[in-house]
Design a protein around this ligand. Sequence first.
Ligand SMILES: [Ca+2]
Ligand SMILES: [Ca+2]
Length: 91
Amino acid sequence: MKLNPLRSKSVHLTLLLVAAALMTACMSHRMEQKLSDHDTNGDGYLSMTEFKTTRIARKVDSPESFFHLADANNDSLLSLDEIKSHIKENK
Ligand SMILES: [Ca+2]
Ligand SMILES: [Ca+2]
């Protein structure tokens, strides 16, 4: 039996897309896990003090400016969404 090359290509593509989606979901879950580890008062947001203990803060040049730039609604707290969209915008 001969496989239709076009069809097997699209199967590969589908598998690749599924794998990519799974990886993204997994990474986002891991990030949520990480952030909740640093959310010491458990309010679901990171204050500047809490944020400074994260790996992201240690990786960037200035955690303060990252914090202020990422804080889209200026409430002096970072939500996971704010961090994620800030990272996405600066890729
Ligand atoms: Ca907190
Ligand atoms: Ca905020």
